[in-house]
Design a protein around this ligand. Structure first.
Ligand SMILES: [Zn+2]
Length: 394
């Protein structure tokens, strides 16, 4: 069994949106109430805190507007915050205690196990039916085949609403196909990827453009007066653009990973500790994308009966893929120039080395049939789809 989470856009009516905002506010109040009780306890007693939830509904009828599981989820949220805090404390960091959440702080509310239903309409929008809220049009980019375990409704800073749907599916492991075409992929800053067939893919140009726009908007925002209407307007602009960047990047990563899984039977990538590469490059954004890219390749390969092969990252940049000698390079050296006569772009040499390591790991060495390198097709990038993969929070 695997859990998968998909994020879909919601299009609530005004009436539904008022109820959704009300749910956020009531969840916040529930959380604060439970935290208040936790603070009074000499010894932590979770069951007592959980037990107060039905009483709250009796004492204050407003809480009847919340689905019971949604309310209970706030208890889960409180205790996972508490666990996180304890773990931070263990590392001897100076931390305080859990804080009460101020107005407008809550961005999500969650239905766990029950209180939801998706109605298929056969049209562009399906219907998400939520207990205590009603029917909300939802744009599903992919069909949900598994059993839905949890739905989290989120209001983004831009004012748009989304639903993160966690589904449980039978592990889709297709039988491994015969390995004929393999590829090694190197990731980097210059080119987002460089593969062992000599294809290089840059980050989509949109992203650079958007990132520049974002920096400009953020500068403008910081000049506006605190609490002013203009500042608020600017804040929404920043949030919208930020959302666009995330969508564009995800779309790019989905298309690129799809390309590799479609065209190759085995795909090798460095098994690099992400934090390490991060230290070297100090580019956390690119770093996050590489991690996501690997994750996309791994799960798409699994569903398609292809292989994802992580190889040790150490030395892939310095080692010559042809003779195995170490050729030292600094970050600035973009070319691999070995005594053995092999000269190639640095990332291309790395990709070839990754492929070599992968073949060794697969123990297929020389037996592989000669294949013509796949021709890289253009990867169109659109900022429309919002599909996210990852593990759910519960
Ligand atoms: Zn060499």
């Amino acid at each position: 069994m695997v859990m998968r989470t998909h994020k879909f856009r919601l299009y609530p009516s005004n009436e539904a949106e008022i109820k959704m905002l009300n749910s956020l506010e009531l969840c916040r109040q529930t959380y604060n109430e439970l935290l208040g009780l936790l603070n009074e306890q000499k010894e932590i007693d979770k069951s007592q805190i959980q037990g107060i939830i039905p009483d709250m509904k009796i004492c204050d009828s407003r809480f009847k507007q919340l689905h019971s599981k949604t309310m209970q989820y706030e208890c889960y949220r409180l205790f996972s915050n508490l666990t996180a805090l304890m773990q931070t404390k263990k590392k001897n960091r100076r931390v305080g205690s859990l804080r009460f959440k101020g107005k407008g702080w809550f961005k999500t509310f969650t239905y766990n196990q029950s209180g939801f239903k998706i109605i298929k309409t056969g049209k562009r929008h399906q219907i998400l039916k939520l207990s205590k809220i009603g029917e909300i049009p939802i744009r599903c980019h992919r069909e949900i085949k598994g059993k839905i375990k949890q739905i989290t409704v989120k209001r983004e800073a831009s004012g748009k609403w989304f639903a993160s749907i966690a589904e449980q599916t039978d592990k889709e492991i297709a039988p491994i196909r015969k390995i004929e075409k393999v590829v090694g992929i190197d990731v980097g800053l210059d080119n987002f990827v460089y593969d062992s067939d000599g294809n290089a893919v840059k980050n989509p140009r949109h992203l650079n453009k958007y990132n520049e726009q974002l920096a400009k908007l953020q500068r403008n925002m910081s000049k506006k007066k605190k609490g002013s209407i203009n500042k608020n307007k600017q804040r929404i602009k920043v949030a919208r653009l930020h959302e666009k960047i995330v969508n564009t990047r995800n779309d790019f990563l989905h298309k690129l990973s799809h390309y590799y899984v479609n065209n190759y039977d085995a795909i090798g990538m460095e098994d690099m500790p992400m934090g390490l590469k991060n230290n070297i490059f100090a580019k956390s954004k690119a770093d996050a994308s590489w991690g996501k890219f690997r994750q996309f390749i791994a799960y798409k390969a699994e569903s398609a009966g292809k292989m994802f092969v992580p190889v040790p990252y150490k030395g892939t940049t310095q080692r010559c893929s042809q003779c195995g000698k170490i050729v030292h390079k600094t970050l600035r050296d973009r070319e691999h120039n070995c005594f053995c006569g092999f000269i190639a772009p640095r990332d291309y040499n790395s990709a070839l080395e990754i492929k070599k390591l992968m073949l060794k790991k697969l123990e297929i060495g020389q037996e592989l049939p000669e294949s013509t390198p796949a021709e890289m097709e253009a990867i169109p990038v659109m900022a429309t789809s919002v599909v996210e993969a990852g593990s759910p929070t519960l």
